[in-house]
Ligand binder design. Structure first.
Ligand code: GS8
Length: 216
């Protein structure tokens, strides 16, 4: 049975999984979850993801949730030679782990809050963007991106000279930040971050999915 992903491509966490499937050329079926009807908060979906969030994932007998755990599983199972986790030495793998952690712990909380406030609150929740929250998170994001600029002035990708999951995990939120918020100019003063974004976002597997990612 084909791999099944439960979610939808405009969801940042779903797209993270789809990027890897496309990068590895693995066949899959995307099963839409009716967010508007609250399908993700009810049984039977809650048996797939007890936190009531998307995505959920099924490969044979294996059921998973948490997008970043799913991406790692996919690379270990179907992309051993892809280099996406740099399994060649403990040192190389540690660099990928480190930058994946940075994405989760430093980068994502700031950028996902900005994207949520500017796109999800007004267009999906019928509320008003809290500009104070956006401002505070933009300041945090700026500091994180300064670290990235320094890092990317020394290596083409975050974990070294080749593209890995550490880079890929960043793509969904940057896509929305640059294409659908008024703050894209933040990247203008960061030439190495900009060049990195151009390299990772133009990959065919990525462009195929981002073409269908819109929150408005
Ligand atoms: C987060 C999932 C998540 O926030 C992961 O899979 O990486 N750490 C998890 N999913 C959001 C949609 S983001 O695209 C979601 O389902 N939100 C609805 C909710 O929390 O009720």
């Amino acid at each position: 049975m084909a791999i099944r992903v439960f979610g939808f491509p405009s969801s940042t966490c779903t797209s993270r999984v789809l990027f890897v499937l496309e990068e590895l050329g693995v066949e899959y079926e995307l099963i839409p979850v009716n967010f508007a009807a609250g399908e993700h908060k009810q049984h039977p979906y809650l048996e797939r993801n007890p936190f009531g969030q998307i995505p959920a994932f099924q490969d044979g007998d294996l059921a998973l949730f948490e997008s970043r755990a799913i991406t790692r599983y996919l690379v270990r199972k179907y992309g051993k030679d892809s280099g996406l986790l740099k399994k060649t030495t403990p040192e190389a793998a540690a660099a990928v782990d480190q930058w994946m952690e940075v994405e989760t712990a430093q980068f994502d909380p700031a950028i996902s809050t900005i994207v949520f406030q500017i796109l999800v609150v007004p267009f999906f929740l019928g509320g008003t963007t809290d500009e104070k929250v956006v401002e505070a998170q933009l300041a945090k994001l700026g500091k994180v991106l300064d670290v990235y600029e320094a890092r990317l002035s020394k290596s083409k990708y975050l974990a070294g000279e080749s593209y890995t999951l550490a880079d890929l995990h960043h793509i969904p939120c940057i896509h929305y930040f640059l294409t659908a918020t008024p703050h894209a100019s933040v990247f203008d003063s960061l030439p190495h971050v900009k060049a990195w974004w151009e390299a990772i976002s133009s990959r065919p597997a990525i462009a195929k999915i981002t073409a269908g990612m819109s929150l408005k």
